[in-house]
Write a protein that binds this ligand. Structure first.
Ligand SMILES: [Fe+2]
Ligand SMILES: [Fe+2]
Length: 291
Protein backbone atom coordinates (compact mmCIF):
# COMPACT_ATOMS: atom_id res chain seq x y z
CA UNK A 1 0.00 0.00 0.00
CA UNK A 2 1.35 3.41 -0.98
CA UNK A 3 2.06 5.58 2.06
CA UNK A 4 4.21 8.45 0.82
CA UNK A 5 2.22 11.11 -0.97
CA UNK A 6 3.53 14.27 -2.62
CA UNK A 7 2.15 17.68 -1.52
CA UNK A 8 0.05 17.74 -4.71
CA UNK A 9 -1.35 14.32 -3.93
CA UNK A 10 -2.09 15.28 -0.34
CA UNK A 11 -3.80 18.56 -1.14
CA UNK A 12 -5.21 18.81 -4.66
CA UNK A 13 -7.86 21.30 -3.47
CA UNK A 14 -7.01 24.91 -2.59
CA UNK A 15 -9.28 24.47 0.44
CA UNK A 16 -11.51 21.78 1.96
CA UNK A 17 -14.45 24.04 1.15
CA UNK A 18 -13.94 23.39 -2.55
CA UNK A 19 -15.36 19.89 -2.00
CA UNK A 20 -18.43 21.37 -0.32
CA UNK A 21 -18.87 24.01 -3.03
CA UNK A 22 -18.86 21.19 -5.56
CA UNK A 23 -21.50 19.32 -3.53
CA UNK A 24 -23.70 22.40 -3.76
CA UNK A 25 -23.39 22.30 -7.52
CA UNK A 26 -24.23 18.60 -7.64
CA UNK A 27 -27.06 18.94 -5.14
CA UNK A 28 -28.35 22.51 -5.50
CA UNK A 29 -31.00 23.85 -3.16
CA UNK A 30 -34.33 23.20 -4.92
CA UNK A 31 -35.21 26.92 -5.27
CA UNK A 32 -31.87 27.74 -6.90
CA UNK A 33 -31.65 24.75 -9.22
CA UNK A 34 -31.77 26.69 -12.49
CA UNK A 35 -28.90 29.03 -11.63
CA UNK A 36 -26.74 26.35 -10.06
CA UNK A 37 -27.19 24.05 -13.04
CA UNK A 38 -26.04 26.82 -15.31
CA UNK A 39 -22.90 27.25 -13.21
CA UNK A 40 -22.42 23.49 -13.12
CA UNK A 41 -22.18 23.47 -16.89
CA UNK A 42 -19.23 25.81 -16.71
CA UNK A 43 -16.54 23.21 -17.23
CA UNK A 44 -13.91 25.87 -17.82
CA UNK A 45 -13.88 26.49 -14.10
CA UNK A 46 -10.37 25.43 -13.06
CA UNK A 47 -11.68 24.44 -9.64
CA UNK A 48 -13.62 21.62 -11.27
CA UNK A 49 -10.33 20.08 -12.36
CA UNK A 50 -8.99 20.10 -8.81
CA UNK A 51 -12.19 18.42 -7.64
CA UNK A 52 -11.74 15.78 -10.33
CA UNK A 53 -8.16 15.20 -9.23
CA UNK A 54 -9.31 15.05 -5.63
CA UNK A 55 -11.79 12.27 -6.45
CA UNK A 56 -9.25 10.46 -8.60
CA UNK A 57 -6.95 10.22 -5.58
CA UNK A 58 -9.80 9.41 -3.20
CA UNK A 59 -11.15 6.58 -5.37
CA UNK A 60 -7.68 5.21 -6.09
CA UNK A 61 -6.33 5.05 -2.54
CA UNK A 62 -9.34 4.42 -0.31
CA UNK A 63 -9.05 0.63 -0.21
CA UNK A 64 -10.37 -1.83 2.35
CA UNK A 65 -6.88 -2.13 3.86
CA UNK A 66 -6.36 1.62 3.91
CA UNK A 67 -9.53 2.05 5.97
CA UNK A 68 -8.52 -0.67 8.46
CA UNK A 69 -5.13 0.93 8.85
CA UNK A 70 -6.56 4.42 9.47
CA UNK A 71 -9.04 3.05 12.00
CA UNK A 72 -6.32 1.16 13.86
CA UNK A 73 -4.26 4.33 14.02
CA UNK A 74 -6.72 7.17 14.66
CA UNK A 75 -9.24 5.33 16.83
CA UNK A 76 -6.59 5.02 19.50
CA UNK A 77 -7.19 8.73 20.14
CA UNK A 78 -3.68 9.21 21.42
CA UNK A 79 -2.81 12.49 19.66
CA UNK A 80 -4.33 15.31 21.68
CA UNK A 81 -6.78 16.00 24.47
CA UNK A 82 -8.63 19.31 24.67
CA UNK A 83 -11.94 20.99 25.48
CA UNK A 84 -14.32 21.25 22.51
CA UNK A 85 -13.98 25.00 22.20
CA UNK A 86 -10.22 24.68 22.03
CA UNK A 87 -10.72 22.08 19.30
CA UNK A 88 -12.67 24.67 17.29
CA UNK A 89 -9.77 27.09 17.61
CA UNK A 90 -7.41 24.30 16.59
CA UNK A 91 -9.63 23.50 13.58
CA UNK A 92 -9.56 27.17 12.60
CA UNK A 93 -5.78 27.02 12.25
CA UNK A 94 -6.51 25.06 9.06
CA UNK A 95 -5.30 27.72 6.67
CA UNK A 96 -5.94 27.33 3.00
CA UNK A 97 -5.04 29.14 -0.17
CA UNK A 98 -8.50 30.42 -0.90
CA UNK A 99 -9.49 34.04 -0.48
CA UNK A 100 -9.88 34.68 3.25
CA UNK A 101 -12.32 37.53 2.57
CA UNK A 102 -14.99 35.35 1.06
CA UNK A 103 -14.39 32.02 2.78
CA UNK A 104 -15.93 31.48 6.17
CA UNK A 105 -13.69 29.72 8.64
CA UNK A 106 -14.55 26.25 9.90
CA UNK A 107 -16.22 27.41 13.12
CA UNK A 108 -18.44 29.79 11.17
CA UNK A 109 -19.74 26.96 9.00
CA UNK A 110 -20.41 24.90 12.13
CA UNK A 111 -22.26 27.78 13.81
CA UNK A 112 -24.31 28.58 10.72
CA UNK A 113 -25.35 24.95 10.52
CA UNK A 114 -26.26 24.73 14.22
CA UNK A 115 -28.01 28.11 14.22
CA UNK A 116 -30.16 27.10 11.24
CA UNK A 117 -31.14 23.92 13.12
CA UNK A 118 -31.87 25.94 16.29
CA UNK A 119 -33.96 28.47 14.36
CA UNK A 120 -36.21 25.62 13.19
CA UNK A 121 -36.92 24.61 16.80
CA UNK A 122 -35.20 21.20 16.78
CA UNK A 123 -34.04 19.47 20.00
CA UNK A 124 -30.83 20.73 21.58
CA UNK A 125 -28.83 17.57 20.78
CA UNK A 126 -29.66 18.14 17.10
CA UNK A 127 -28.34 21.72 17.42
CA UNK A 128 -25.19 20.35 19.04
CA UNK A 129 -24.81 17.88 16.18
CA UNK A 130 -24.75 20.81 13.79
CA UNK A 131 -22.02 22.44 15.82
CA UNK A 132 -19.86 19.33 15.96
CA UNK A 133 -20.48 17.64 12.62
CA UNK A 134 -17.25 18.70 10.87
CA UNK A 135 -14.92 18.65 13.84
CA UNK A 136 -13.34 15.48 12.45
CA UNK A 137 -11.66 17.69 9.86
CA UNK A 138 -8.87 18.18 12.42
CA UNK A 139 -7.52 15.05 10.68
CA UNK A 140 -6.05 17.48 8.15
CA UNK A 141 -4.04 19.09 10.93
CA UNK A 142 -2.59 15.69 11.78
CA UNK A 143 -1.09 15.59 8.28
CA UNK A 144 -3.75 13.47 6.58
CA UNK A 145 -4.34 13.98 2.82
CA UNK A 146 -7.52 15.88 1.94
CA UNK A 147 -9.00 12.81 0.25
CA UNK A 148 -8.71 10.90 3.55
CA UNK A 149 -10.57 13.65 5.44
CA UNK A 150 -13.37 14.93 3.19
CA UNK A 151 -15.18 13.80 0.05
CA UNK A 152 -18.30 11.68 -0.38
CA UNK A 153 -17.93 8.46 1.58
CA UNK A 154 -18.75 5.00 0.22
CA UNK A 155 -18.51 1.40 1.44
CA UNK A 156 -15.15 -0.30 0.90
CA UNK A 157 -14.87 -4.10 0.70
CA UNK A 158 -17.52 -4.40 -2.00
CA UNK A 159 -18.13 -3.14 -5.52
CA UNK A 160 -18.58 0.65 -5.59
CA UNK A 161 -21.90 1.89 -6.93
CA UNK A 162 -21.85 3.78 -10.21
CA UNK A 163 -24.01 6.38 -8.42
CA UNK A 164 -20.86 7.57 -6.63
CA UNK A 165 -19.41 10.71 -8.19
CA UNK A 166 -16.68 9.93 -10.81
CA UNK A 167 -17.16 6.15 -10.61
CA UNK A 168 -14.66 5.58 -13.43
CA UNK A 169 -11.79 6.37 -11.04
CA UNK A 170 -12.41 3.16 -9.09
CA UNK A 171 -10.72 1.33 -11.97
CA UNK A 172 -7.37 2.35 -10.48
CA UNK A 173 -8.27 1.11 -7.01
CA UNK A 174 -6.53 -2.24 -6.38
CA UNK A 175 -9.69 -3.57 -4.68
CA UNK A 176 -11.44 -3.50 -8.05
CA UNK A 177 -9.14 -6.35 -9.15
CA UNK A 178 -9.47 -8.28 -5.87
CA UNK A 179 -12.23 -10.87 -5.95
CA UNK A 180 -12.77 -10.62 -2.20
CA UNK A 181 -13.87 -7.02 -2.66
CA UNK A 182 -15.19 -6.54 -6.19
CA UNK A 183 -18.60 -8.22 -6.04
CA UNK A 184 -21.90 -6.58 -5.16
CA UNK A 185 -21.69 -7.74 -1.52
CA UNK A 186 -17.94 -8.30 -1.24
CA UNK A 187 -17.09 -9.09 2.40
CA UNK A 188 -20.65 -8.30 3.58
CA UNK A 189 -23.97 -10.14 3.88
CA UNK A 190 -27.16 -8.80 2.25
CA UNK A 191 -28.81 -6.18 4.51
CA UNK A 192 -26.20 -6.73 7.22
CA UNK A 193 -26.66 -3.19 8.55
CA UNK A 194 -24.29 -0.26 8.13
CA UNK A 195 -22.73 -0.80 11.52
CA UNK A 196 -21.10 -3.88 9.96
CA UNK A 197 -19.95 -1.99 6.88
CA UNK A 198 -16.67 -0.09 6.57
CA UNK A 199 -17.05 3.24 4.81
CA UNK A 200 -14.15 5.08 3.20
CA UNK A 201 -12.12 6.84 5.90
CA UNK A 202 -12.75 10.49 6.70
CA UNK A 203 -14.02 13.11 9.14
CA UNK A 204 -17.45 11.49 9.59
CA UNK A 205 -16.28 8.15 10.95
CA UNK A 206 -13.60 9.76 13.12
CA UNK A 207 -16.12 12.09 14.79
CA UNK A 208 -18.62 9.26 15.27
CA UNK A 209 -16.12 7.28 17.34
CA UNK A 210 -15.22 10.38 19.34
CA UNK A 211 -18.87 11.01 20.20
CA UNK A 212 -20.40 7.55 20.39
CA UNK A 213 -20.67 7.39 24.18
CA UNK A 214 -22.09 10.88 24.54
CA UNK A 215 -24.76 11.65 21.96
CA UNK A 216 -28.18 10.12 21.13
CA UNK A 217 -28.22 7.54 18.36
CA UNK A 218 -29.98 9.83 15.87
CA UNK A 219 -27.19 12.38 16.33
CA UNK A 220 -24.57 9.68 15.82
CA UNK A 221 -26.16 8.63 12.51
CA UNK A 222 -26.06 12.23 11.29
CA UNK A 223 -22.40 12.56 12.27
CA UNK A 224 -21.34 9.22 10.84
CA UNK A 225 -23.18 9.31 7.52
CA UNK A 226 -23.53 12.98 6.55
CA UNK A 227 -21.03 12.57 3.65
CA UNK A 228 -22.56 9.27 2.47
CA UNK A 229 -24.29 10.95 -0.49
CA UNK A 230 -24.46 7.71 -2.49
CA UNK A 231 -26.97 6.50 0.07
CA UNK A 232 -28.73 9.51 1.61
CA UNK A 233 -29.17 11.23 -1.78
CA UNK A 234 -28.93 8.37 -4.28
CA UNK A 235 -30.19 5.32 -2.35
CA UNK A 236 -27.43 3.21 -3.90
CA UNK A 237 -26.76 0.91 -0.95
CA UNK A 238 -30.21 -0.26 0.15
CA UNK A 239 -28.84 -3.80 -0.19
CA UNK A 240 -26.48 -3.25 2.76
CA UNK A 241 -28.91 -1.31 4.97
CA UNK A 242 -31.13 -2.98 7.57
CA UNK A 243 -34.54 -1.72 8.72
CA UNK A 244 -33.01 0.18 11.61
CA UNK A 245 -30.65 2.06 9.26
CA UNK A 246 -33.60 2.97 7.07
CA UNK A 247 -35.45 4.37 10.06
CA UNK A 248 -32.40 6.33 11.27
CA UNK A 249 -31.53 7.69 7.83
CA UNK A 250 -34.55 9.98 8.17
CA UNK A 251 -32.29 11.97 10.48
CA UNK A 252 -29.36 11.92 8.08
CA UNK A 253 -31.62 13.26 5.34
CA UNK A 254 -33.09 15.89 7.64
CA UNK A 255 -29.61 17.06 8.56
CA UNK A 256 -28.18 17.37 5.04
CA UNK A 257 -29.90 20.62 3.94
CA UNK A 258 -28.67 22.36 7.10
CA UNK A 259 -25.13 21.36 6.20
CA UNK A 260 -25.37 22.31 2.52
CA UNK A 261 -27.69 25.29 2.44
CA UNK A 262 -27.09 27.22 5.66
CA UNK A 263 -24.21 29.30 4.31
CA UNK A 264 -25.23 32.92 4.89
CA UNK A 265 -23.25 35.95 3.81
CA UNK A 266 -23.32 37.41 7.31
CA UNK A 267 -20.92 35.52 9.57
CA UNK A 268 -22.36 34.44 12.93
CA UNK A 269 -21.38 36.44 15.98
CA UNK A 270 -19.15 33.95 17.74
CA UNK A 271 -18.78 36.01 20.91
CA UNK A 272 -22.54 36.40 21.35
CA UNK A 273 -23.28 32.74 20.67
CA UNK A 274 -20.48 31.21 22.70
CA UNK A 275 -22.21 31.18 26.15
CA UNK A 276 -25.23 29.28 24.78
CA UNK A 277 -23.00 26.72 23.10
CA UNK A 278 -20.67 26.35 26.07
CA UNK A 279 -23.72 25.34 28.15
CA UNK A 280 -24.94 22.98 25.46
CA UNK A 281 -21.51 21.33 25.18
CA UNK A 282 -21.36 20.94 28.98
CA UNK A 283 -24.80 19.29 29.00
CA UNK A 284 -23.73 16.42 26.73
CA UNK A 285 -19.96 16.17 26.60
CA UNK A 286 -17.11 15.67 29.06
CA UNK A 287 -14.88 18.69 29.74
CA UNK A 288 -12.18 17.41 27.40
CA UNK A 289 -12.25 15.18 24.32
CA UNK A 290 -9.47 12.90 23.09
CA UNK A 291 -8.28 13.22 19.51
FE1 LIG B 1 -18.79 17.20 6.83
FE1 LIG C 1 -20.40 20.59 7.00
Amino acid sequence: MKTDFSPQEKAPLSSLDVWEDDLLERYPEPETTAKAKEEFRNYDNPERDTVREFYRLNHTYQTYDFVQQKKADFLKFDRKEMPIWEAFNFLNTLVDDSDPDIELDQLQHLLQTSEAIRADGHPDWFVLTGLLHDMGKVLCLFGEPQWAVVGDTFPVGCKPSDKIVYPEFFEANPDSKDERYNTKYGVYEPNCGLNNVHLSWGHDEYLYHMMKDHMPESALYMMRYHSFYAQHREGAYDHLMDDHDREMFKWVKLFNPYDLYSKAPVPPNVKELKPYYEDLIAKYLPSTIKF
